[in-house]
Design a protein around this ligand. Structure first.
Ligand SMILES: Nc1ncnc2c1ncn2[C@@H]1O[C@H](COP(=O)(O)OP(=O)(O)OP(=O)(O)O)[C@@H](O)[C@H]1O
Ligand SMILES: [Mg+2]
Length: 387
């Protein structure tokens, strides 16, 4: 593989990477992704297998991620990018791009603009290859790209009951791209005589990996109404719900995963041929209290860890009572519309005053090692969540 890499890539990969790409198993990929994405093991298994296939030169199969707002769709995409950055062997695959679907259409001219996507991929590829890339190096780096298209649900063919031609243009454009189209992409590159000249790259998008994501918010109501309509022949299923104090109660709850059919997506306004391009349609879980608590305390992007770093600079150790964390998670779970984002809001309300003036808060204690200590208690959480 190193023989076909650009000079700088081969050098960097050669320094630290020794394992063949086949040796990095889907399980290892999964474990890496899981550090930043909690409670979505099912989705991560699909993603891990797809990444493994992609980096070993197989067809990965396109993935569509569907999940409520704030459950981790964009987080999954960001963590795939982190994976490519942190695993040295994946250096040749770092031309990954995450882009919002609406940027791929020109609203005034009703036109699909794959060039905008390719320009983003090119920028990444150039960052990877260094200043003087040849056309062949560029083409190879770009064709290895993983492309995440976020917010595809906003590009429905129907919006607020009215036809949305822009959505149809986007979905049709994307479906040909995902099918494996040859795109003539105009740019510049270093030629044999060492000069930078205009070139047209023939990009085979069939080698790229596509992951799309969207919240499909109205889909929940739409399917709920279909299922609960008298005579639908469907019944809500029982789910175990866990509370902050560790008790479990059984509730009949609507869960999209129990009932979603492909036809629901068509009715939502997705073009059938577009949906047919996805080998896997993956539903993310709604986040439980336990998972929310873990996100608060231990994820890469944990609000608690961020705040602890802030206080650390001031010479203060931030701590949190276990029950306090559970209560924050429970309050966040009640805001199911915003998912894990609610954690940050609630946690923010609690620590804002403390971050502003820890000395004046009357909450600082003297730790054994002489450092100051600040403890977030269940009472402090109750005061904020009751308001
Ligand atoms: N499963 C998860 N694991 C870890 N952190 C999460 C998870 N889900 C959400 N978060 C946290 O919540 C924030 C919002 O999540 P994210 O952006 O992934 O939501 P989303 O599913 O893309 O929602 P939207 O549909 O609104 O775009 C992130 O910054 C992340 O820190
Ligand atoms: Mg998102």
């Amino acid at each position: 593989m190193s023989g076909e890499m650009g000079g700088s890539m081969a050098r960097e990969a050669g320094q630290s990477a020794s394992r063949p790409l086949e040796a990095i198993t889907p399980v290892e990929i999964f474990d890496h992704l899981k550090k930043g994405v909690l409670g979505q093991d099912g989705a991560l298994r699909y993603v891990s297998v797809a990444v493994y296939k992609h980096v070993t030169g197989k067809v990965p199969g396109n993935i569509l991620l569907i999940g409520s707002s704030g459950t981790g769709k964009t987080t999954i995409m960001n963590n795939i990018q982190r994976l490519y950055q942190e695993v040295p062997e994946y250096l040749p695959f770092r031309a990954m791009t995450i882009i919002n679907a609406n940027l791929l259409v020109d609203a005034d001219r009703l036109e699909f603009r794959p060039d905008r996507l390719m320009a983003a991929v090119e920028q990444r590829a150039r960052a990877l290859l260094g200043g003087r890339a040849t056309a062949e190096e560029l083409r190879q780096a770009m064709e290895r790209a993983t492309i995440c298209i976020d917010e595809v649900d906003k590009m429905s063919s129907v919006v607020a009951g009215k036809p949305n031609p822009l959505g149809v243009v986007l979905q049709q454009g994307l479906l040909t791209l995902m099918e494996g189209e040859h795109v003539a992409y105009r740019t510049h590159a270093v030629t044999d005589d060492g000069e930078e000249k205009p070139v047209t790259l023939d990009l085979d998008t069939g080698h790229m990996m596509f992951i799309c994501g969207g919240a499909f918010e109205e889909l929940y109501d739409q399917v709920y109404l279909r299922v609960t309509k008298p005579g639908s022949g469907e019944r809500l299923k029982s789910h175990a719900i866990q509370t902050a104090d560790g008790q479990v109660r059984i509730e009949e709850r609507f869960s999209l995963a129990d009932f979603l059919k492909i036809e629901d997506l068509f009715e939502y306004g997705m073009v059938p041929q577009f949906i047919a391009r996805f080998d896997n349609i993956v539903l993310l879980n709604d986040l439980t209290v336990d998972v929310l608590k873990a996100i608060l305390l231990k994820s890469y992007d944990s609000p608690f860890i961020r705040s602890r770093r802030y206080f650390d600079v001031m010479g203060i150790d931030l701590e949190i009572e276990d029950l306090a964390a559970a209560l924050i998670a429970e309050a966040a779970e009640k805001h199911s519309r915003t998912g894990a984002r609610a954690l940050r809001t609630i946690f923010g309300k609690i620590v804002n005053r403390l971050e502003f003036d820890p000395e004046g808060s009357n909450r600082l204690e003297e730790g054994e090692d002489g450092r100051k200590r600040l403890r977030i208690t269940a009472d402090m959480v109750r005061r904020v969540t009751a308001a």
